[in-house]
Write a protein that binds this ligand. Structure first.
Ligand code: GLA
Length: 730
């Protein structure tokens, strides 16, 4: 049996066994880290180790030192009930709620890009199989784990809890860093020590999952989280729907971390002969602190978990905060001219451009009617794509393909396509009319595919799509799913979304697509393989953005983070900030503007053009370089600083901001990180406004050693002062 399966797996690839330590221990490695399990045939699958790269001898010595865990690698309900925390609970065909798994066989597969270990488990009595996968990427320091269930029982079985995977950590002084928030205040960092009990991070929005918390967490194993040192583990669940991350501290020895799709209201039936696969849980480790783990995730993301991960992104103007729903043809054309004149490369027409019978003049109507409003755009979309190319820029457009307004032609034609609950009134979202379409239904997915495909085929000048999602999954009922499968909605919706994105990507590999979830609600690795970037937040206030972007950067690379310069006074907070500060903050990611250029003074437009030109010089360093966060805004020092450094460590860009200003305030020296101590770096200041002199650091040459050991005094003399320096090794 074992031999047969090995052959089946290797028929399509070369078989190079993952390192086998002994007859029963297996190590999966990824770059600089390893994960080891014990999988004796007929015995239990046990988690042994996760940390720095370890070979067979290391595992033997770790065993001698008592450092191996030897705990169930995928604890199932029904056997060992010590902590009560389980990754799996299943109801079998006869109503039995327990499962008792033993190792059936182990399969190893090796490709140039990864090593894969598949441990197949089987219930001792029932014909129910569970495969636990570990995939070690060779070009990234990330190991993914996920699980597949195969029901060979004669009747359906029901999954009650079905985590993607789990991990043990030795108790000590372990801290967690995780994210909470809200719309317009996403990714707010919380750091806390792990105490006895259970920490649960959970999302139940149904549609977008990153507004209130993130499906990501870091563990600092050596006490309070440190940015650039200390052993640190990071975990990201790659799933765009409801999730549950749990850290259980119920014994004196270990913390148990589990992560997966939230099982709440999501019992999932697997028919006889069918399988169910969980989303991957990505794990990383670094002894370079939070920053080391961030850089590992950024590299992994660029290597395939975001679309065109190593590509740089265009500088754009988005129409939303400039005109809101007041889209007009001359207005759009004017904005295109304006952004082109400031050196921008792309114009994105946001909401408000569509609807014929029901023109989209506010958020109450028209979602679903994706045809240009003839009153607003009498010459159609083509005249806009033409105008973009006349201005030498690209054109992008906003759509929300998963939604429908009650007041729309689509809803009149297909009311059954919206998610809706039998015998209950509809619950409406944004505008009091918005509903979510039923992506469980393949016909609806075809419709949504056609929305985007038709736009892109009919108007080849569209180079960029902003794909928004502004409503939660509140109507928990599908007209398409059978009565006894209604509890599949939360999951099948996102499976439908994944397949939709994949199909669009296959048809249109080159179009740039932004994932937007009413601000930062769709920042997650479940969907990012299909998207080039995401909108970080609807809050464009540069001061609050510093905090939002800081948190978001823990797991996401800068070229995926869309960051826009907006109006003064800010529309979300009412704050007034210098244009230089607004640019210097937006420039740490994918730079854009979201403003009415015709409201800007000539001096501001000139500054914007210079800042854009400066950004072009550092774009590839910012967007694809290695992030070193230096001074956290959360530390309350009144300043913040971060930097990007290229692989050669010859080029760096340093950003510093003053967040609050007091007389005789103590401002720390800024110590850099990640430079070459032996090199000497020449400073050049960017974004210096006309009439102001560069700071005293401009033109200075300072060694990497001094920059990292002693640090530099960055002149930040006024409220909301900011500095951007390019550092070049001599
Ligand atoms: C959401 C997005 C915004 C904008 C509006 C348009 O809120 O996050 O950026 O596109 O929708 O209605």
């Amino acid at each position: 049996m074992k031999h047969f399966i090995l052959c089946a797996l290797t028929a399509v690839s070369v078989l190079i066994p993952a390192i086998q330590v002994s007859g029963q221990d297996y190590i999966v490695s990824s770059g600089n880290l390893s994960l080891a399990v014990s999988a004796p045939e007929g015995g239990r699958l046990e988690f042994l180790y996760f940390g720095p790269a370890a070979g067979p001898e290391d595992i033997d010595m770790l065993r001698e030192s008592g450092a191996l865990y030897g705990k169930s690698a995928y604890p199932e309900f029904g056997v060992d009930n010590v902590t009560g925390v389980k990754a799996l609970a299943v109801k079998h065909r006869d109503g039995n709620l327990t499962t008792d798994l033993v190792v059936e066989d182990v399969l190893q597969d090796s490709k140039p890009e990864y090593d894969l270990l598949k441990v197949r488990l089987k219930d001792r009595y029932y014909d129910f199989h569970v495969s636990v996968f570990y995939k070690g990427w060779k070009n990234s320091d990330v190991i993914e784990t996920w699980t597949e269930f195969e029901n060979l029982e004669k009747k359906p079985v029901t999954l009650i809890r079905f985590d993607s995977g789990c991990l043990y950590m030795r108790r000590g002084d372990v801290w967690v860093s995780h994210f909470s928030g809200n719309w317009a205040d996403e990714a707010r960092l919380t750091e806390e020590p792990l105490n006895p009990g259970m920490l649960v991070i959970k999302n139940m929005d149904g549609s977008r999952n990153a507004h209130f918390s993130h499906a990501e967490i870091m563990f600092s194993l050596d006490g309070k989280p440190q940015e650039n040192h200390g052993r640190t583990i990071g975990a990201a669940l790659c799933w765009s729907g409801n999730y549950e991350l749990r850290v259980s501290t119920h014994d004196n020895v270990n913390h148990l971390f589990t992560a997966g799709i939230s099982p709440d209201m999501s019992q999932y039936t697997i028919d006889s002969g069918k399988r169910f696969t969980t989303p991957p849980l990505a794990l990383s480790y670094s002894d370079e602190g939070l920053g080391g783990v961030s850089r590992n995730f950024h590299r992994w993301a660029r290597n395939g978990m975001i679309h065109n991960g190593w590509g740089t992104r265009d500088i754009l103007l988005n129409s939303w905060e400039g005109v809101y729903f007041n889209v007009t043809e001359p207005g759009m054309k004017q904005m295109m001219e304006d952004i082109a004149s400031m050196g921008g490369e792309l114009f994105v027409m946001d909401d408000g451009w569509f609807g014929e019978k029901y023109p989209r003049n506010n958020d109450r109507t028209s979602l679903g009617d994706w045809k240009a409003d003839p009153a607003k755009l009498p010459d159609g979309l083509e005249s806009l794509t033409d105008a973009a190319s006349e201005n030498g820029i690209k054109f992008g457009i906003w759509v929300e393909p998963e939604s429908v307004s009650r007041i729309s032609e689509l809803f009149e034609k297909h009311p059954d396509w919206a998610l809706q609950v039998k015998n209950r009134d509809l619950i409406f979202g944004r505008g009091g009319t918005q509903l979510l379409l039923d992506l469980c239904n393949p016909e609806v997915r075809d419709y949504a595919f056609n929305v985007i495909d038709t736009l892109l085929v009919r108007y080849p000048g569209i180079a960029y799509i902003k794909w928004d999602a502004n409503v939660s999954l509140w109507n928990y009922g599908s007209t398409w799913l059978p009565d006894d499968r209604q509890s599949h909605i939360y999951i099948d919706y996102h499976r439908g979304l994944e397949s939709l994105i994949k199909r669009i990507r296959e048809a249109h590999p080159d179009v740039v697509i932004q994932s937007c979830g009413g601000g930062g609600g769709r920042a997650n690795y479940g969907v990012m393989p299909g998207y080039d970037e995401f909108w970080v937040s609807d809050n464009t206030d540069a001061l609050q953005r510093i905090f939002i972007q800081w948190g978001t950067s823990y797991f996401y690379p800068s070229n995926a983070m869309a960051q826009h310069v907006s109006a003064d006074r800010n529309h979300q907070t009412g704050r007034v900030l210098p244009l230089k500060f607004r640019f210097d903050v937006a420039m740490t990611g994918r730079l854009g503007m979201e403003i009415q250029p015709s409201d800007m003074s000539a001096a501001d437009r000139k500054f914007a053009a210079e800042a854009i030109s400066g950004y072009k010089e550092i774009r590839s360093l910012v967007q694809t370089g290695n992030l070193y966060r230096l001074v956290s805004p959360y530390e309350g020092k009144g300043v913040c600083s971060l930097s990007y450094i290229d692989d050669s460590r010859d080029n760096a860009v340093l950003f510093a901001y003053k967040l609050e200003h007091f007389r005789n305030q103590t401002v720390p020296m800024f110590r850099m990180c990640g430079l070459d101590p032996e090199k000497v770096y020449r400073f050049r200041e960017l974004t210096v406004p006309d009439g102001e002199s560069p700071s005293s650091l401009d033109g200075k040459a300072i060694s990497g050693r001094i920059l990292m050991e002693t640090g530099i005094a960055i002149p930040l003399e006024t409220e909301y002062a900011s500095r951007v320096y390019v550092l070049t090794a001599e």
